[in-house]
Design a protein around this ligand. Structure first.
Ligand SMILES: [Zn+2]
Length: 218
């Protein structure tokens, strides 16, 4: 998880939000199990704006959503607050796994967790990594609750993070080989840029690489 800066609501939501919400709440009054229509809250313009905000990554686990199944997630569950089913600030981009494995609010409330869209969000102060394994930094309760809520320690993520770390280590070895071959002590700007690219917000699992580079700065 890294901070995600929210863009203005897409036009379709600004135009239709109130109508969609009113119609949904009327239907829900007759059938309390009724779900909001994903054709509405996950309209292509809404998905596209969320993708721009997160550089096509899941807001929670930072895996790329370009080739993987993803959905629009209600940060506050619809079951908890149906009036926010179409509220722009309640719509987050999530990979399928984070959305379907997340613990409901009654088990782990979002108020106990890190919110990537909070203006003062600083996930790096609460989450850390031991190689590909995610941990709560210094026993952070918020970090721990976030890992548990979205199951950020699940096996499929460990595996994907490990593969990305492998790419990073290959790049690092190439650079170290060049340093030895050239008899240089310090990396040049291009080499630094290669390593820093892994930490950029558009790179999958960038928080892991920020922490990794901090510890392993050659
Ligand atoms: Zn995810």
């Amino acid at each position: 998880m890294i901070p995600v800066k929210r863009l203005p609501a897409p036009d379709v939501l600004a135009r239709c939000e109130e109508r969609w919400r009113t119609a949904y709440l009327e239907r829900r009054a007759k059938d309390p199990q009724k779900r909001p229509s994903s054709k509405q809250y996950a309209h292509p313009d809404i998905v596209s704006t969320l993708e721009t905000m997160s550089h096509h990554k899941c807001f929670y686990c930072e895996q790329s959503t370009k080739q993987t199944r993803h959905e629009v997630d209600h940060y506050i569950d619809v079951a908890e607050d149906p009036t926010r089913a179409f509220t722009w600030t309640n719509l987050y981009l999530s990979c399928w796994e984070c959305n379907h494995q997340k613990q409901p609010n009654r088990a782990i409330p979002v108020t106990d967790c890190l919110d990537p869209c909070a203006p003062d969000a600083q996930p790096s102060r609460h989450l850390m990594f031991e190689t590909e394994l995610i941990r709560a930094r210094e026993g952070s309760a918020q970090g721990l609750a976030t890992i548990k809520k979205y199951r950020l320690d699940r096996k499929d993520l460990d595996h994907k993070r490990m593969k990305q770390l492998h790419l990073f280590n290959e790049a690092l070895i190439r650079i170290k080989d060049a340093l030895i071959a050239d008899g240089r002590k310090d990396m040049n700007e291009n080499e630094m840029a290669v390593l820093r690219s892994f930490c950029q917000p558009d790179f999958p699992f960038s928080l892991m690489f920020q922490a990794y580079l901090e510890r392993h700065r050659p």
